[in-house]
Design a protein around this ligand. Sequence first.
Ligand SMILES: *Cc1c(COP(=O)(O)O)cnc(C)c1O
Length: 371
Amino acid sequence: MTLSIPVFRPRLNELSRKFATDALWAGEISGTSGHYLLEFEREFAAYCGVKEAVAVSSGSTALHLACVIAGITHGDEVLVSALTNIATANAVVQCGGVVVPIDSDPDTWNMNTDLLKAKITSRTKAIIPVHIYGHPVDMAPIHRLARKYNLIVIEDAAEAHGAEYLGARAGSLGDMGCFSFYANKIITTGEGGMLTTSNSDFADRARYFRNLAFGSPRFLHRDVAFNYRLTNLQAAIGLGQLREIEDVIQLKRDLAYRYIYRLQSVPGLALPVEREWARNVYWMFSMVVLPTFGISRDELMRRLLAVGIETRTMFCPLNLQPALMNRGAVNKDTCPIAENLWDNGLYLPSDPYLSDRELDWICNVIAGCVP
Ligand SMILES: *Cc1c(COP(=O)(O)O)cnc(C)c1O
């Protein structure tokens, strides 16, 4: 069937088209010194409040690069939010590391920082908090532990461009931050990513490993590295959107308020929160179906789909991922909260340009499911 309302509709602004056309005419397609690439990196760093930003080919490659730079190697353990995109875990495993999932906080759905300390061992090397669905992780307890146990903090900010923790932007809250510019993210380059840091040594190494570790002389390589470059053409598209990112975030926040206003009176739904120290950018509008709702999450998704409204479940927690379990790359301790979110959580259409009519319709269908 054709969907009336998909979960997301990518949209490119006028400025992206203008910059991309300009990059094409200038013949600046790729490389690491294109005008738009350098400008995108410069302005993204300034936006996040960090010294350096290194553009890469995806959020996955940003995470892998960060793990390489953090020195994660065979047998090292990394504490990771259990509820996340598989890419977060893949980055660790591709370095030979073991993923130690940290269960979720029941309200923000982010890593529950109270659980971290008990999981730290002599092999623990890093912590990767994921700002899930656009709400920042409570970072202070993470920084305390990182200092005490000498751990590197890598933010997975793939869903959290512009999110703030105590007034500081995502991407500036750890040793390194990783962003995605996939089509459904807050800003997009089709495929793309960014590694942010205020550590100039990390930034230098990110540039070096992103670009095949060219040496001196140029074709003498001392490390096995990657081609994780972002093209100048993609950077032009990204820069056009970065210039208007606050407008998009405002629309995302307005959409969340509109949903919350309409759904808060429906019994049996747990809606997203925004802690007093946080700015949530509501990447995808997510909620949890409680037993008191009357029908199951799956039944609700079926009924919405039957009328053409697309929804998605929340992520499958890392402790249940066959890809990780099959190679013994994950600690299998249960994560009851994240497992409950996987069973009962979903997100609704989150196109920031969703009309009031569409939103009313979605909310009416949901309210109409209450027996
Ligand atoms: C999208 C996403 C990624 C992966 O980004 P890609 O650009 O698709 O590789 C990683 N982590 C999280 C939390 C994501 O949402």
